[in-house]
Design a protein around this ligand. Structure first.
Ligand SMILES: Nc1nc2c(c(=O)[nH]1)N[C@H]1C(S)=C(S)[C@@H](COP(=O)(O)O)O[C@H]1N2
Ligand SMILES: [Mo]
Length: 537
């Protein structure tokens, strides 16, 4: 076995694995089966130690920021690319490994050994997709597909590798011209394999693109808007400065964060929510139960992610509808020792809710609708929880179980180094210095400056802006959609041409100032003054 042969085996492994990945990806879009590389990556990120994962994510985010790439848009794509790369490398490495196993086995023999090797890989893949997969189709289909795909990949790999065997053997013994012929045919074989590999990959990718663009069309067709039910502050005289983000986030623009490589998909028809553990009356609730058997409540909510920087795009506002958690728990009849809820999700996410918090805040809601429609799939369909004044990380989406318990367990992100309480941090952001909207007010040119301020459910009493380190000036506040949403602020700034630095700070309803010291997102959420430099005039 020469080193050269091992290198060629790696190349053959790569050439066979690339189209296999393309076909797997297409199959997952068509059949709903899990894309194996994602399951493998999920399995790794779930089981590796928290600090290592945190380090990896930090390194990735730092790299993006260094390269000037938008983190929110790219992070998930990068993780998906890493998952593919990992599987690709493992697949290519299978070439030399299988070659060592094959030794000099030829033709049908090699294909058989390859099939056995691929089936073994398929078995591992089956276990991975069953445990870390989409859970969209039956485990039998998942595992069956993994086995079949693995076996087919192994068979092709095995017979391709068997072409490497004789070249070496023949070259040793035969006349030079015979060796020449073998080498040539090997080269020809590699070229053919490369062309087939490229062709199948292109077909797979094109098919995937077609399927995905179809789905996109279907999704945008069903979007709703908050205007339908009339926003409660529509008459407020304080109008957002032009360029301020929408006060009510269009539902498809709501930010999305999830631990997996793709958002979970839960079948609402077969979904039932067990409320069990330390209860006298265990419940099994359907979506219909939740929509009809309990008091229905609505609440305008701003949700934000603890990992956002100053400023952040991981914050959005919409109307949440659902049922009071307390009402459901009252029906379940908590036992004496009940202290915590362990909430578990379809994607393997989990959090713990201290029942004391529910005593303090009866607004905590099991939410089934956003913007007057069932929750979007990406945002937790069929059920998620709303906990006022907490960052998103404490609020599971895609809930599959609520277990009442007397013991505390750390939630998913708490285990990975983030704040146990994760109370929303007060922050303010400048969205716009609307130079193009400059106008005359009482003989003075003014530029509208505007943005948002958010203090969880604690309310905002004041927002102040200063220019070039001058005096803090009081901004106007628009009446918020609710006491649990951000506040839109606006300052009409007497215009001075030149390059200026704008800063914003805010105060909670009780006068508590936002923290102005710069701190990073981890562990408790970023703090600091948002500052922006801009040419005006
Ligand atoms: N099941 C589940 N729930 C989850 C998460 C998750 O990954 N899985 N992420 C949490 C985090 S960190 C945030 S910020 C919010 C984001 O909700 P959104 O995607 O609807 O904006 O969901 C929270 N709930
Ligand atoms: Mo988050």
């Amino acid at each position: 076995m020469t080193r050269r042969n091992l290198g060629l085996a790696f190349l053959i492994g790569a050439l066979v694995t690339i189209p296999a990945l393309a076909l797997l990806n297409l199959a997952s879009a068509l059949l709903g089966v899990t894309f194996g590389p994602f399951a493998l990556f999920n399995a790794l990120t779930r089981s590796l130690p928290g600090p290592l994962i945190t380090f990896g994510i930090d390194a990735m985010i730092d790299t993006f920021r260094f390269l000037g790439i938008d983190v929110a848009d790219t992070a998930k794509l990068a993780e998906q690319a890493m998952a593919m790369l990992l599987s690709f490398v493992l697949g290519a490495l299978s070439g030399p490994i299988l070659l060592l196993i094959l030794r000099r086995r030829q033709g049908p023999d090699a294909r058989l050994v390859g099939t056995a090797f691929g089936t073994a890989v398929g078995l591992i893949a089956g276990a991975l997709v069953a445990n870390f997969g989409r859970e969209q189709v039956s485990v039998f289909l998942e595992a069956g597909w993994a086995l079949l795909a693995g076996a087919a990949w192994g068979a092709v790999l095995g017979s391709a590798l068997s072409r490497l065997g004789p070249a070496e053997g023949v070259a040793l013994e035969a006349q030079e011209d015979t060796a020449e012929v073998e080498v040539l045919s090997r080269r020809q074989f590699l070229i053919t394999l490369g062309a087939a590999s490229a062709g199948i990959t292109v077909i797979g990718a094109a098919g995937l693109a077609a399927v995905l663009s179809d789905e996109e069309g279907a999704e945008t067709a069903s979007t709703a808007t908050g205007e339908e039910f009339g926003l409660p502050n529509a008459d407020d005289p304080v109008q957002p400065a032009p360029g301020t983000r929408p006060e009510y986030t269009p539902i498809e623009d709501h930010y999305k964060v999830f631990i997996g490589l793709e958002p979970s998909r839960v079948d609402g028809d077969s979904w039932v929510l067990p409320v069990d553990g330390l209860v006298d009356n265990p419940l099994q609730l359907t979506l219909e139960d939740l929509r009809t058997r309990y008091t229905q409540v609505d609440q305008y909510v701003t949700l934000s992610c603890i990992s956002g920087r100053i400023p952040t795009t991981l914050i959005s506002t919409t109307r949440w509808s659902g049922v009071p958690l307390a009402e459901v728990l009252a029906e379940a009849q908590l036992q004496e020792e009940a202290r915590y809820l362990h909430i578990r999700s379809a994607d393997g996410f989990y959090e713990t809710l201290d029942l004391e918090l529910l005593e303090e805040d009866p607004r905590i809601m099991l939410c089934h609708s956003w913007d007057g429609r069932p929750l979007p799939q990406d945002n937790g369909f069929p059920l998620r929880i709303w906990i006022p004044d907490r960052f998103g990380m404490k609020q599971p989406k895609w809930i599959t179980e609520i277990e009442v318990s007397d013991s505390y367990v750390e939630g998913y992100w708490v285990e990975r180094g983030w704040d146990e309480v994760a109370r929303t941090r007060t922050r303010s952001v400048i969205d716009t210095v609307a130079v193009e909207a400059a106008r005359e007010v009482d003989g003075q040119r003014v530029v509208p400056i505007g943005g948002i301020a958010f203090a969880g459910a604690r309310g905002i009493s004041s927002v102040q802006v200063r220019v070039d380190g001058g005096d803090w000036q009081e901004a106007m506040l628009r009446t918020p959609l609710s006491e649990a949403t951000w506040v839109i602020w606006r300052l009409d700034w007497p215009f001075e041409a030149g390059e200026h630095t704008f800063e914003v700070r805010c105060f909670e309803a009780d006068g508590t100032p936002q923290i102005t010291e710069q701190t990073p997102p981890r562990p408790s959420g970023a703090t600091g003054v948002h500052s922006l430099s801009q040419q005006v005039g």
